[in-house]
Design a binder for this molecule. Structure first.
Ligand SMILES: [Cu+2]
Length: 212
């Protein structure tokens, strides 16, 4: 699908997807278009670099920008303990972090009754994870993860529906601590804010999980 022409209909459509209450931020659409090429190049880089990349473990930082992730590929190993601090570096935009397989591409063109599930398989299903240090959390959807909250629950703005996803306001951050589950292989991650525009313009990456 040609993403440049495909964006056009969405510009004239009002968002009807309200689950996460995402805002069509001022200038957000134009900015999303402007970074399209950069996003594409990042994907190519990710595909090249994913094999043989160093294995992350322990404490790592994971950043959201407009509209890409740093890093845009990661390698984890089954059984390793991870403490990922997810931080939204944008001053203007909300961003989320989801991990899964098989993006529901039909929704790229969907309006109205659009499901909030971006992935057919959610990586976090049945995965124990502890959330801590919430700051400027817009909402958090646990889906089927086994979540422990470090601190008062209201700070996490827990919602239901859709994939496991912390969504951070501009400048927000959150730490996710977990043991890499026995789900080896290649996974994708992405941000589906603003009806997939973030994802389509480059806000995605690859996660390789090595067997233990
Ligand atoms: Cu985003």
């Amino acid at each position: 699908m040609d993403h440049k022409t495909a964006e056009e209909p969405e510009l004239s459509e009002e968002s009807t997807w309200s689950r996460r209450q995402f805002l069509w931020g001022v200038g957000g659409i134009a900015a999303a278009g402007a970074v399209t090429l950069f996003g594409r190049r990042d994907i190519v880089t990710a595909a090249r670099g994913i094999f043989g990349s160093p294995v992350d473990s322990g404490s790592i930082k994971f950043y959201a920008y407009d509209y890409y992730f740093v890093p845009n590929y990661m390698t984890w190993r089954v059984g390793d303990y991870m403490r990922v601090t997810f931080q939204n570096q944008s001053h203007t935009h909300w961003h989320e972090w989801t991990i899964g397989r098989h993006v529901n591409e039909a929704y790229f063109q969907a309006f109205g009754e659009m499901s909030a599930d971006a992935w057919q398989t959610d990586f976090w299903d049945n995965v124990p994870v502890t959330l801590s240090n919430p700051y400027n959390i817009d909402n958090f959807v646990p889906n089927k993860a086994i979540v422990t909250y470090d601190g008062p629950k209201y700070q996490f703005n827990i919602e239901s529906g859709g994939d496991f996803s912390p969504t951070l306001k501009p400048g927000g951050s959150l730490t996710l601590s977990f043991q890499v589950p026995n789900k080896p292989g290649l996974w994708d991650y992405g941000c589906f804010v603003q009806q997939y525009i973030h994802y389509r313009t480059g806000m995605r990456g690859k996660l390789m999980i090595l067997p233990s």
